[in-house]
Design a protein around this ligand. Structure first.
Ligand code: AMP
Length: 218
């Protein structure tokens, strides 16, 4: 299955896609994770992206499209893949269609996670991420068993530089302007399905499985 997960920052794209990696056995491609790795490595791309990300703005389509193209061409994507945080603009969505066509891939489903702005701010300011494996936790809704330590790999948890209230508000504005139009873009193609993301991960997976089963029987 080739899948896109859309939704505002903090809607739960990372949490759902991490759970689905186990459920579906396909890789998750998170352009945010890829960029954070570049920043950590201090690569030329990372140096360019660092400030843009800290402000909550979007990295240029040229950079991100190239990054995605190189990743999606890898062998492991032949069995299917899940996109988290890409596309974020109509330009990226059009580029994705082009790349997938070239590779002979078909887009099966686009999931839009729906959540209120207040909950997003609460979620993101309380989010903690593992430095080692990228696992997601939340101080208020899903804390790690031991404070500051990842349940999955024992790595150290940290707060992302862009998870502060000022940047979060800007990311939400950028989302409304640049990414929201993708909802119509994919709805017009008959690929869009919504999942309410106010509830916990088990509810989201239940809703996803129902949609995936309907999709299969189409
Ligand atoms: P995320 O982890 O998906 O919330 O992404 C973190 C930040 O990385 C975003 O606020 C952007 O600055 C940048 N980023 C991630 N994915 C993209 C994308 N598809 N297009 C442009 N910028 C992106």
């Amino acid at each position: 299955m080739n899948l896109i997960i859309l939704g505002a920052p903090g809607a739960g794209k990372g949490t759902l896609s991490d759970a689905l990696v186990k459920e579906l056995g396909i890789p998750k491609i998170s352009t945010g994770d890829m960029l954070r790795q570049e920043v950590k490595d201090g690569s030329p791309l990372g140096l360019k992206a660092k400030e843009i990300m800290a402000k909550g703005e979007l990295v240029s389509n040229e950079i991100i499209n190239e990054l995605l193209k190189n990743r999606i061409k890898k062998e492991d994507c032949k069995k299917g893949f899940m996109l988290d945080g890409f596309p974020r603009t109509i330009n990226q969505a059009e580029e994705l269609s082009k790349i997938m066509k070239e590779l002979g891939y078909i887009l099966d489903l686009v999931i839009n996670l729906v959540v209120s702005e207040n909950l997003v701010v609460k979620r993101l300011t309380n989010r903690r991420v593992c430095k080692k494996c990228g696992g997601n936790f939340n101080l208020f809704s899903s804390p790690s068993k031991k404070a500051g330590i990842c349940d999955f790999c024992g790595g150290e948890l940290y707060q992302r530089a862009d998870d502060n209230e000022t940047t979060i508000r800007n990311r939400l504005q950028v989302y409304a302007k640049d990414t929201q139009p993708l909802i119509n873009f994919y709805a017009n193609k008959g690929l869009l399905r919504e999942i309410g993301a106010e509830n916990g991960i088990s509810e989201m997976i239940k809703a996803f499985n129902k949609i995936a089963a309907e999709q299969k029987n189409k």
